[in-house]
Design a protein around this ligand. Structure first.
Ligand code: BV8
Ligand code: ZN
Length: 249
């Protein structure tokens, strides 16, 4: 079902705007990986549903209960390793091939966009497949580890290379994301509840800069209200249809 946002006076036809766009920026959230079997955070089966989880993805949990916090991250990484990119990931990778300038900003830490062929993905919240050392700052890939990984360089305990609540995002990443939002013709928001900042501020920046903002989500969100056009549906269905409409099958 397609609904146009409050600002529909700017007209719809997202496919036509994608086809003629010079610069497209996309912001994704956990909803884009849902059809790959990766649980979202705030949906009915969401990871955050359990209060304990809210406490787990925090700097305090890593400090005071590292084994438990890491057990949760190892479990999530196991889920992601069993998952495969879905048609939404592939549709976004195709848009990157079709438009002159493209930037994919993701809140997801699962790495599925890169596995689907998207290039230069900007991971706003880090990546669950890496660990970072709080001692010397080195970053290493995680494979089948269990327990709290220790740094082979300085021996310190390592942490997941993700951004937890109350932690600042990497400044360079934020600069890249803000300019990608401020300098695009079309800003496409896919599969996010739009409640986590600073990511949730990006669509507003794009709109203020004159971009056509479209939202694809299984349910309306606060971002649907600032969109020029919003599609309520599964992104694994809406995105492939949109790409086929814009550039053929
Ligand atoms: C920051 C960890 C500066 C990684 C995550 C008070 C104290 C401290 C901070 C704050 C505060 N008040 C506000 C803040 C800022 C805070 C924030 O925004 N809080 C909100 C919740 C009020 N932000 C921060 O702390 C950020 N840092 O601001 O630093 C600072 C520092 C100190 C003090 C103040 C400011 C850090 C943000 C990153 C936090 N880390 N996770 C991990 O383990 O993954 S956030 C977590 O939520 C995930 O990373 C995820 O990426 C993110 C967003 O969630 P979504 O992706 O949107 O997922 P969700 O489940 O919510 O929604 C999915 C949507 O998809 C749903 O709408 C669903 O309907 C839809 N869907 C489902 N299936 C489909 C679908 N749509 C289409 N098709 C489908 N098939
Ligand atoms: Zn180290």
């Amino acid at each position: 079902m397609r609904t146009s946002g409050a600002a529909s006076e700017r007209g719809g036809d997202l496919a036509g705007r994608l086809r003629s766009a010079q610069r497209v920026t996309v912001l994704t959230g956990a909803g884009v990986s849902a059809e790959s079997g990766v649980p979202t955070f705030r949906g009915k089966d969401g990871l955050w549903r359990d209060r304990r989880v809210h406490e787990l993805a925090t700097p305090r949990a890593l400090l005071e209960e590292p084994d438990l916090a890491w057990e949760w991250y190892h479990w999530r990484r196991g889920l992601v390793n069993l998952a495969a990119p879905n048609s939404a990931h592939y549709a976004l990778a195709r848009i990157q091939d079709e438009v002159p300038s493209f930037c994919l900003l993701t809140q997801n830490v699962d790495g599925l966009h890169s596995r689907a062929g998207s290039r230069n993905v900007v991971e706003l919240h880090g990546n669950i497949h890496r660990a970072r050392c709080e001692g010397c700052g080195c970053v290493v890939p995680l494979a089948g580890e269990q327990g709290v990984p220790r740094c082979s360089t300085c021996g310190s305990a390592m942490r997941p290379d993700v951004v937890l609540f109350g932690e600042s995002l990497d400044e360079g990443v934020v600069r890249t994301a803000v300019s990608a939002a401020a300098e695009c013709d079309v800003f496409l928001v896919v599969g996010t509840s739009g409640v986590v900042y600073p990511a949730a501020a990006l669509p507003g920046i794009a709109r203020e800069s004159g971009a056509f903002v479209a939202v694809v989500n299984a349910e309306p969100t606060p971002l649907s209200e600032v969109a020029d056009e919003s599609f309520v549906g599964l992104c694994g269905e809406v995105l492939p249809a949109l790409v086929a409409q814009a550039w053929g099958p």
